[in-house]
Design a protein around this ligand. Structure first.
Ligand SMILES: Nc1ncnc2c1ncn2[C@@H]1O[C@H](COP(=O)(O)OP(=O)(O)OP(=O)(O)O)[C@@H](O)[C@H]1O
Length: 254
């Protein structure tokens, strides 16, 4: 069984005044296997953020369902959502979402603190994780004292420390320079190789070329997919660029 199943998800926003309706997603249907690394691409306004918010349980579909490991996410009661997210999902955002008044260590510990874990247990989990991410020397610093790349690696540590079922990443390289982006993409590849499932929304062809599969969203549906298979990152880059050009010019997919 697939880890994540997105079944015929439709999302219609109704604006507060005037009652205008916007159909952001019309019928999104796909699944993600455990251990996959999937990138979601699409033009601005195609519904990527809407989809990610639904997968993150921050929003509910108008119709359709989402299952994680067989559990219907869309029916988790509101009161249990925070715990559900904490236990199952890891988040990495474009703007890091670190707390400025917390040290790097305490930012990473935050989900464990919220889950009621004890300090010695947290320390044990921290050590190998921060070493593998190369942030073991900055644990006592504060977010404003470290680089963008280090902030994002802190965010990855915070996402991984709870051993989530899936990492949901929203434009994770969007605020990084090219060197830090490459480092982050290497880290994503590495954690995926170790078995972590990743779903990443991105505008970056370079970032997407690291994934095993790309979903292209257009007109509220998954319009096309590319599987990496034996392709190198460079070949994947080329293939994604060609597809994006076709999508933008309304051409036929191959
Ligand atoms: N809260 C909302 N109320 C009404 N319409 C919305 C709302 N959020 C998004 N939309 C509309 O839904 C559609 C999809 O938006 P969404 O933000 O999901 O696209 P996106 O692919 O993430 O775009 P971008 O790449 O620019 O972030 C757009 O037409 C947008 O204007």
């Amino acid at each position: 069984m697939a880890l994540l199943q997105v079944k015929h998800v439709k999302k219609i926003y109704t604006t507060r005044f005037g009652g205008n309706q916007v159909q952001a997603l019309s019928d999104v249907d796909f699944s993600v296997d455990r251990g996959e690394y999937v990138a979601v691409m699409g033009e601005s306004g195609s519904g990527k953020t809407t989809l990610l918010n639904i997968l993150a349980t921050l929003d509910k579909p108008t119709t359709g369902d989402v299952y994680l490991d067989g559990k219907q996410m869309t029916s988790v009661p509101d009161k249990q959502l925070a715990a559900f997210r904490r236990e199952n999902l890891g988040f990495v955002f474009q703007d890091f979402n670190l707390l400025d008044t917390f040290s790097i260590r305490d930012n990473i510990f935050l989900p464990l603190v919220l889950a009621g874990k004890k300090y010695p247990e947290m320390e044990k989990q921290l050590e190998s994780l921060v070493r593998s991410l190369g942030i073991e020397k900055i644990l006592d610093k504060f977010p404003y004292e470290v680089s963008g790349g280090q902030k994002q690696r802190t965010a990855v540590a915070r996402a991984l420390i709870t051993n989530p079922q899936i990492i949901l990443a929203d434009e994770p390289t969007g605020a990084l320079d090219s060197k830090s982006s490459d480092q982050l993409l290497d880290i994503f590849e590495e954690i995926n190789r170790k078995g972590e499932t990743i779903l990443m929304v991105t505008h970056s062809t370079r970032a997407a070329s690291h994934a095993n599969r790309i979903l292209f969203i257009k007109d509220g549906v998954v319009y096309h997919q590319i599987y990496k298979g034996d392709m190198s990152n460079e070949e994947m880059y080329e293939s994604i660029s060609n597809t994006l050009t076709l999508l933008a010019t309304g051409g036929q997919k191959s």
